[in-house]
Design a protein around this ligand. Sequence first.
Ligand code: ADP
Length: 767
Amino acid sequence: MLRIVLLLFIALFFAFPESKGAYSLAKHEEKILVVNSYHRGLSWTDSLNKGFTESLESSLNDVEFYFENLDAKRQNINLILPEIKSYLAARFALIKPKLIAVTDDDAMRILEILSKEIPEIGRTPVVFMGVNEIRVVPENFTGIFEVVDIRANFELIKQLMPSTQKVYCVIDNTTTGRVMGKRIDSTMLTYNPPFEVSLLGDCSYKELIDTLSQISNSEAVLFFLFNQDRFGRFFTYEEILDSIYKYSKIPVFGTWSFYLGRGIVGGNIISGYHHGKRAAQLAAMLLQGVSTQSLDPTEGPRKTMLDYKQLKRFKVDRNLITKDVIIVNKPSARLPIHKGAVISISVVFILVIIVAILLFGLSRSRLKNLRLQRYYNQILEQKNAEVEESLRRAEEANELKSAFLANMSHEIRTPMNSIVGFSKLVRENPGLTPEEISGFLDIISDNSQKLMRLINDIIDISKIDSHQLTIYKRPVQLGSLFSNCFRAAEVELDRVGKNNISMEMSFTPHDAALEVLTDPDRLHQVVMNLLNNAIKFTQSGRIVLGYAMVQDLLRVWVEDTGIGIDQQHHDAVFERFRQVDGSLNREYGGSGLGLSICKGIVESMGGRIGVSSIPGKGSNFWFEVPVTIAKPGEPVTAQVKPTQSKLKNKVLLIVEDNQHSALLLKEMLKGTGAVLLHASNGMEVSTILNDKVKIDVALVDIYLPDTSGYDVVSKIKKAQPHAKVVAQTANAMDSDRDKSLKAGCDEHIIKPIDRERLLELLNRLLS
Ligand code: ADP
């Protein structure tokens, strides 16, 4: 009997030689490197991995997976980003995988950077899954976005429990939590649920459970995730759900499949297993030679699923449930079946199938055609969904672009109006008194600086987007760094006439004396942005600038007693072009770029930024960045007196073709005692060098009419190696600075040139 069954199985196998899936390959080993953002044992990561590996193992003959788990749920991996990058690069070089798979946003972000930095990785296809933040991905990437349909969940609650008055959304402060928070905000912009929505999550585990256990009957919970509480304590999804189920008496809805069976009523659910399977289909096509460009990323599948027991517990009317909903946890009427009977029935069943196949003579080619047809139908459906999604995204981008252009036009035209208007007034009105002229010139200078700040902001945004924002670390004393910021804020308070606001500093003398290794210019930029916002949004009371070293983290905060920000906008203010008051006749100006730049800078430094605020009471913006202590505390020395000018009798060669720029430099250097020479092009520089005039410093413009400024730099350095050379250019990217230094320049200064800065730089070079 056993032999017969065996033979039948072998026959069955040969009857379906291609039954291993539409993408079966010839027998050779495919290596896949899987980089997980989180850890094994986390239900979400495990379900993605299971769907992905099971599906690929069944469609490929020989596949080997190599796993790396970054553990970003439990630790702040930004602190060891450079080490993780080099480790993954080394692993890649060792394994040489045909394909890389990433799960969730943290691993995705690192692979995006590595793809840009390491050409071999840039050429390897990357399939992603579980990624929350929808964005344009690099060319070698494709995959599945994990998009929770918040609106569908709200509608489900409304449908099943029409008397609900308030829904608590539980989200934590992890990467996924923050993305969910933003999605809730954007859903609320276009959808008005029939109940109040309140976010819950920026609290301790105890506060969460206390709040939920006191909630009344007409309220519900929509549980997203709570992997970390306010103190950074880690919890698994299951631990939290079990506690909520134990202590709260109200219905809980959830968004992921592994929440089912743990006390949730249900929800519009995402299954990690099915997302993994979808990603595996993409991976199989890529391994067959299909290019990533022809497989656009898509959203993963979602289904409405409800738990039978919970529906009963909350006495949900079954008539309110639509037909397409999947009900799980139904009690099944199980009959005790004897094991032997099961085997016999299975054998008979197989026999019936084989006989049926033989009888109907179903040809293999017909089967193959059917499979092909199914495959193309699937691709067609997928493409249709992609087109719809692209349309939706294009509309969204268009709206954002229009709002941005309207705002930019306002932000550029307002200062231009003053600059053009007052310049004309000064030029055409000979009867003005010297006081009036000086007042008008102050207005012109003020507005020029406003424009300059806007241009700098736009350049910073493009640096952040192209990963060109470089951090230049050098030793700096904390006390002097923050005193400078504090003094600048006092000047600004005075300028805007808000003298009724008091300014305070909070720090310990020990911290002030520390010398740390960091990028002081970028730190100064972030602190000033926060201070200027505090000044802008505060009418009276006080502003506090504080800093403290907490182990190897520098924590900085700016506290004010201003208008404050509603909880629902706390994350949105860090997004670009987002302002709490989005109306056209806004009371406060601004481009909406400042905080998003701060966020970009702080994150490039490996840190994080946030806000706590109460409307009408005030705000506390804070950030923390890792720094290395260069020198332990020595008493803070008094302010260094400005040194004597080193420029007296020094020969300065200005290489500049633009007559206005040359004139400006000459005027700035007037009175320093320096001997000024001017060359308008490369030819004139050669003449000066041939005349053997000894040059102390050359200020070289990089765009010249007859030659490149870089050639002029090397000519000067070759003829007079001791001469110092400064590139002076309007090219503001960090890569331009690197180019200048590579060409032999000692320094690089960006136009518009600030006189104080120029003199400080020249004195430094000559000392
Ligand atoms: P903007 O140039 O509009 O100030 P930001 O990115 O700096 O752009 O800030 C974004 C928004 O965040 C502001 O428009 C304002 O609504 C809010 N905001 C920032 N700082 C504060 C603060 N200290 N108090 C109240 N609201 C603030």
